[in-house]
Design a protein around this ligand. Structure first.
Ligand code: SF4
Ligand code: SF4
Length: 608
């Protein structure tokens, strides 16, 4: 056992600590903001404490779920973490695992992103838990998130059911002083007990399992350790406020701020589904006016199911979209309490448009794509390279892997037309492994005429440089086997396959033109654009070839490079109308030399 002490932890680190302190033996994940740091922190604690456990970045969330779930079937405590849209990918095993149940404790952490700050949707994972019929816990802070790991394992093992914990961005990415507990070193016995009627149940037995699942939920709705808590026991009123998650923490502060803490009863729900039966009855029988504040959808409100007395998302009293910050909650609570309080507002600093880093190889690829297929349709995907839309090189982004299937869809839509636009899809290396391979096989089979550019920067860059199956190391830094993208593409049946460095801009444009030409008559052409992420390379101490650039007097300030290349190191000076020009910020410039190919007037020149 390690000594107990306190530490300032990020919410995701607190979750990881909660997992290892509660004997998690298998932890898996696929990176995605705001959940990415959970597995990285588990790996850190594993290395620090020499824990005998399996920690893995999986190829996608579905695989991550299934690997961890098998661990719980073998009697171990297991956990899988992901972001909310990742849960869509893992929804297939989730639905089935709810029926089959668990043996060792199984915790699914699905981090939501109200706002959304870095996601395609604002979806509420609690609703997914409701859909799958599994209980969900909703932490209000890093400390509570850590405590909930033990609670979730106990609940899971008491009722043999997967348990979801749903932190939101504000919980995942805030820091709190946390007491570190002891980490058990005793390993559980691994023992998979064969029981095909349960673990491989046929439809007839699934019906029976569904019945059992309903019984489990009814019992969980009576389970005392997760029951809602009245946080201000002395408050008495016919009005009541109910909240869950991080908005419960905000609401608590606001009730005190408005000086009504001792007047209006306030309940925190830590298990939004299934809502405790006694609690539902008590609320409906005791109160005339019920306000529910929750993110992002009306999950508690829906279960209270009294549209005359219950106010919340569904009634319109609480905004249906966006994050519920303190200023919004103050207005909601004031209106409910009949107060005319001055609503304070928090001014956010002006935002900066997100852009690719200076020297990013994706910028060079996008520039070349636009030269090779100037009037093309550009389908793209989820990753840093989504920012290619600033360069006009990204027309669609749907979900992981969709760049390839959408390229197929556009091809089929235009196939019978006299003039078919060229189609160029871009996808990152990690996203290609995650969900691109089946789509590429499909495109090969259907002879889809398009160019696929795999932006292979050797890492999962957007979420913090996690390894891909091609990287050769795992979550704890251990050596792993590698899967070669080139061989994988060949294995998909692609006939036109080239690999090139996008920094060699001229050659890269020529290669892409050749690929576009091929795709017009022959089917898919794949170009692997291979160059490491600048940040990843810098973190590893590498620099690459240095090509210092300066702007010559030939610059007439036309702005072409700013609009079509938009490297953040380029500074546009238009203060003097007669002397518009561009300079290079030496602090931001990585001296990649790619801009040498950009200016139509040849104003970028190599420094002597
Ligand atoms: S460097 Fe070239 S492209 Fe950029 S503003 Fe000057 S002339 Fe225009
Ligand atoms: S060399 Fe040019 S393209 Fe590369 S970082 Fe500097 S300004 Fe940007």
């Amino acid at each position: 056992m390690s000594k107990s002490k306190r530490k300032l932890l990020l919410g995701n680190e607190a979750i990881a600590r909660g997992l290892v302190e509660n004997g998690c033996a298998i932890a898996t994940s696929y990176p995605g903001t705001p959940a990415s740091e959970i597995l990285a922190a588990v790996a850190f604690f594993q290395n620090q404490e020499s824990l005998s456990m399996h920690t893995q970045w999986a190829i996608n969330e579905k695989v991550a779920f299934e690997v961890a779930y098998a661990g719980c079937q073998a009697g171990l405590r297991a956990a899988v973490s992901m972001k909310q849209v990742g849960l869509n990918v893992a929804s297939d095993p989730l639905m089935s695992a709810a029926y089959l149940g668990t043996k060792g404790g199984f915790v699914l952490i699905s981090a939501d992103d109200p706002g959304p700050h870095s996601s395609q949707t604002e979806q509420d994972s609690r609703l997914m838990a409701m859909f799958a019929k599994i209980p969900v816990l909703d932490p209000d802070s890093p400390r509570q998130a850590k405590d909930m790991m033990g609670m979730a394992y106990d609940l899971s093992e008491a009722h043999q059911i997967p348990v979801m914990v749903r932190p939101t961005t504000r919980v995942c990415h805030s820091r709190q002083d946390i007491a570190l507990g002891a980490i058990p070193k005793n390993k559980r016995v691994v023992q998979f007990e064969k029981n095909p009627a349960r673990w491989a149940a046929t439809p007839k037995f699934r019906l029976q399992l569904h019945g059992e699942l309903e019984e489990k939920l009814a019992a969980i709705a009576r389970y005392r350790p997760t029951a809602p808590k009245k946080l201000n026991p002395r408050a008495r009123s016919k009005k009541v406020i109910i909240a869950s998650g991080v908005v419960a923490a905000h609401t608590k502060d606001i009730l005190k701020e408005l000086k009504i803490w001792s007047k209006i009863p306030f309940y925190q729900v830590i298990q939004p589904f299934p809502l405790h039966t006694r609690f539902i009855n008590q609320m409906i029988e005791t109160y005339e006016d019920i306000l529910v504040i929750e993110e992002t959808m009306g999950v508690i409100e829906m279960q209270l199911a009294d549209r005359y007395r219950v106010k919340g998302k569904n009634s319109g009293a609480v905004p249906r979209v966006g994050e519920l910050g303190p200023e919004k909650i103050q207005k909601i609570v004031s209106d409910f309490a009949g107060l005319k309080s001055e609503v304070f507002s928090i001014k956010s600093p002006p935002g900066r448009r997100p852009t690719l880093c200076p020297g990013c190889p994706h910028r060079a690829s996008f520039f070349a794509i636009k030269k090779a297929a100037p009037r093309g349709i550009y389908t793209s995907d989820i990753g840093c390279y989504t920012l290619g839309l600033n360069m006009g090189a990204v027309d669609t982004v749907l979900c992981m892997g969709a760049a390839i299937s959408q390229a197929s869809g556009f091809y089929h839509a235009y196939k019978k037309e006299k003039k078919r636009p060229d189609i160029v899809a871009t996808i990152g290396d990690s996203t290609f492994f995650h969900a691109g391979v089946p789509a590429l096989i499909d495109a090969v089979v259907q002879k889809v005429g398009f160019v696929l550019v795999i932006l292979d920067n050797r890492t999962t860059a957007m979420t913090g440089n996690q390894p891909t199956p091609a990287t050769g190391h795992g979550a704890c830094g251990e050596e792993t086997e590698t899967v070669d993208i080139r061989s994988l593409v060949e294995g998909c049946g692609v006939k036109f396959l080239r690999e090139a460095n996008p920094y060699d801009v001229k050659d890269f444009i020529t290669l892409l033109k050749e690929a576009v030409q091929y795709s017009r008559k022959n089917g898919p052409a794949v170009v692997i654009s291979k160059y490491p992420c600048v940040l990843h390379r810098a973190r590893q101490g590498g620099s690459g070839e240095i090509i210092p650039v300066e702007v010559s007097d030939d610059c007439d300030g036309c702005g072409y490079c700013i609009k079509h290349f938009e490297c953040p190191a380029l500074i546009y000076h238009d203060e003097d109308k007669d002397d518009k020009h561009v300079t290079i910020d030496p602090i931001l410039c990585t001296e990649c030399g790619v801009c040498l190919n950009v200016c139509p007037k040849g104003a970028f020149v190599q420094k002597k």
